[in-house]
Design a protein around this ligand. Sequence first.
Ligand code: 13P
Ligand code: SF4
Length: 352
Amino acid sequence: MATVHSETDARNTRNREVLPMPDLTFTPELAREMEPYYAKVAKVVTPLEWPQFAPLIKAINDLKKQRNAVILAHNYMTPEIFHCVGDIRGDSLQLAKEAARTDAEVIVQAGVHFMAETSKLLNPDKTVLIPDLRAGCSLASSITAEDVRMMREAYPGVPVVTYVNTSAEVKAESDICCTSANAVKVVESLGVPRVIMIPDEYLAKYVQTKTNVEIITWKGHCEVHERFTAEELEAFRAADPSVKIIAHPECPPDVIKAADFTGSTSGMIDWVKKHKPAKVVLVTECSMSSNVAAEAPETEFIRPCNLCPHMKRITLQNILDCLLYMRHEVTVDPLVAERARRAVERMINLTN
Ligand code: 13P
Ligand code: SF4
């Protein structure tokens, strides 16, 4: 026990060390050193923007080594974050799985608060940081633990499947978690005729089209995806009938019906990489199109640019600050964490 404590203390001391502010000047030497990074984003970042990004990218990547840190970057991060400082990139499921595997001492979540909480649940002894604590989610704030207890009372014995886009307190009241990548599989794994699936009404309705299990849901919506309309999609098709339209399952049912394919953010990316359409509309958060465009030169991306204000709170500058000052640590009450972890791990074990 004593050894464990002293190791933790030594680690914490190292990670609390005050480090000097890095030099953020864009010199010709730095420009040369950063050329391989610019090559990754040259299709989506202009030469005018690069001198502001390059010194921050270099400083963040150096700091990661000093802090033994890893950056988990969600698919909605802007390209300079996603491609140039993200170590592990992907959708919520991939990030949760990788968070469970990392041996870095510090995890920086380039994503929103519920994702950082999930990382903390799976890594209780690690330091989990989020560059801006205000990076929330309209789905996560649509439901409380008390609401889940009320649902259980209203439907006794019906298991609760909870979307990962929720707080740890809500996960703690749940039987199992799911993401948009595995929701159907999770629902069917329970072997029951009826489940409560919270809090995303549209994801639940989408899953209902794929399974005979009866789904009772909640009225939560994603503030980004609920704004898309079927009329908008029809206008894209009218402008060019050859266009491919792919949508995230957080979209309203008529939008999903009008799409050629529906999947999680990574499911959508894989679809584009596999099918290589000449022209595509990704009906989801706008930055994802830029991230895929950086790697898919043969495809033209039509961008209905709905931005997630929470994801967009994460910037290179606040990632640098969070590593420099080791600030905005995400913690979860151990009693809540124990129950919430069970629901997340049950999902991960099912999809591994
Ligand atoms: P994914 O799990 O598909 O990455 O979705 C997370 C999210 O917040 C979508 O809005
Ligand atoms: Fe939440 Fe929607 Fe933003 Fe995803 S895009 S984090 S579901 S508000």
